[in-house]
Design a protein around this ligand. Structure first.
Ligand code: HEC
Length: 163
């Protein structure tokens, strides 16, 4: 009788151990930063870290190679050209300007350059340097860092939002 009770208690302890273990791995998986391919500090608030998915992280890489010189104020090599240009190019996170532009328009101006769309020729054409997929990824990065945040068309802000 005694030993049977002891056996039972052992099984319970083992079960508790197993479920404890499972809980632990679930917590590790739930950390969203581990699921991100890369991160970008919010340009308007560097305390905030934006998590980037795969396509957005590809776009980030292309942005820092090709676009940062004119579409950001700081570059990995120091201050940018931006303030020397007329018209001054929008910061790539400038949601007030770029959120209103469709993906199609963005794809066109990046591919064909400013002059093809009646804008400044200071915006170079990238259609021969970057693939359509690479240009899509820069647009995805643009949408990810936008301030105010980008709302995809047809998906209005929830009327139940906490504000
Ligand atoms: C040599 C400087 C320069 C570089 C490099 C550059 N741009 Fe531009 N870009 C401009 C200028 C100047 C304008 C503004 C054109 C105008 O308003 O007439 C512009 C405009 C734009 C616009 C349109 C903004 C609007 O509101 O219509 C987008 C989108 C854009 N650039 C994206 C990019 C991307 C993405 C890259 C990198 C692949 C890039 N640019 C590289 C100078 C540059």
């Amino acid at each position: 009788m005694k030993s049977r009770f002891f056996g039972c208690a052992l099984v319970l302890v083992t079960l508790a151990g197993v479920s404890g273990c499972r809980k632990h791995t679930e917590t590790a998986k739930a950390d969203p930063l581990l699921a991100a391919y890369d991160t970008e500090p919010d340009w308007t608030d560097p305390q905030k870290i934006i998590q980037l998915g795969y396509q957005q992280a590809q776009g980030q890489r292309i942005f820092y190679q090709h676009c940062v010189w004119c579409h950001a104020d700081a570059t990995p090599a120091g201050p940018s050209n931006r303030s020397n240009l007329t018209p001054v190019p929008p910061l790539l996170n400038d949601g007030a300007t770029l959120n209103a532009e469709s993906d199609e328009y963005m794809q066109n101006i990046i591919t064909l350059g400013g002059s093809a769309l009646g804008k400044s020729a200071m915006m170079p054409p990238y259609g021969r340097m970057l693939s359509a997929e690479e240009i899509r990824s820069v647009i995805a990065f643009t949408r990810a860092i936008a301030q105010p945040p980008y709302q995809p068309p047809g998906r209005p802000a929830s009327q139940y939002s906490a504000k």
